[in-house]
Design a protein around this ligand. Structure first.
Ligand SMILES: C[S@@+](CC[C@H](N)C(=O)[O-])C[C@H]1O[C@@H](n2cnc3c(N)ncnc32)[C@H](O)[C@@H]1O
Length: 202
């Protein structure tokens, strides 16, 4: 039997290999994750809206993929959403949704200009199958004081304690405050859960 992308993606390594797998997955990504009940974008978007006063402030959907995370942010009430992604093929699908003000293909070294956004989402983007944990530091550094990062770690990612340890590094020294940490469904049809988090930079 042919292996699905979900069977392969969590083993992907390195920026080039990650881009290749998402480029190849772009046409069938939404069908495959929808079939498995992909719940994390909606959970992140609702949690973020719950702690956001001004839903018109720009949000960067980092690793926006085909736009499911942007769509969830829009449904939660956000009105100014920009999307960036490593995979041009994923981003081409996102552009069809008309939820983004602008989109950009980025490379693995891309740095979000400092304080250009006070809200960044990285939904399904950090950890097993996508970007390394150093991305958490890069996105937190990009925020100005008081800025917020909403992100998720799936069960594959949580299996390696370095991921949650990096959150603690930000909070233990007072560089950030953890507003939300919630466990819930990620891909319920395959019994996978995720934690969602909102970090607020000091
Ligand atoms: C599992 S998908 C999630 C997409 C979308 N956020 C969602 O919730 O459906 C992970 C996305 O992260 C992107 N990605 C992985 N590493 C990245 C990086 N270093 N920079 C930008 N995007 C990256 C991939 O190309 C892919 O589209």
């Amino acid at each position: 039997m042919t292996k699905s992308f979900l069977d392969q993606v969590y083993a992907a390594r390195g920026v080039d290999e990650t881009r290749q797998i998402y480029d190849a997955w772009a046409a069938s990504y939404e069908a495959e994750v929808a079939e498995n009940g992909y719940a994390t974008p909606g959970r992140c978007a609702v949690a973020l809206a719950g702690v956001t006063k001004d839903l018109t402030a720009p949000v960067l959907d980092f690793g926006c993929g085909t736009g499911l995370s942007g769509l969830a942010l829009k449904l939660a009430g956000f009105t100014a959403i920009d999307g960036v992604d490593l995979s041009a093929q994923m981003l081409a699908q996102a552009e069809k949704k008309n939820v983004y003000r602008k989109t950009q293909v980025v490379d693995g070294a891309y740095e979000v200009p400092h304080a250009s956004y006070q809200t960044i989402a990285a939904i399904g983007v950090i950890g097993a199958g996508a970007a390394p944990i150093s991305m958490l530091d890069r996105l937190m550094r990009a925020l100005g004081s008081g800025g917020r990062l909403v992100f998720s770690f799936n069960d594959h990612t949580l299996a390696d304690p370095i991921h949650e340890a990096r959150i603690n590094e930000w909070t233990d020294c007072g560089a950030a405050r953890l507003l939300i940490r919630q466990r819930g469904d990620h891909l319920p049809k395959i019994n996978m859960k995720s934690n969602i988090y909102i970090l607020e930079k000091a």
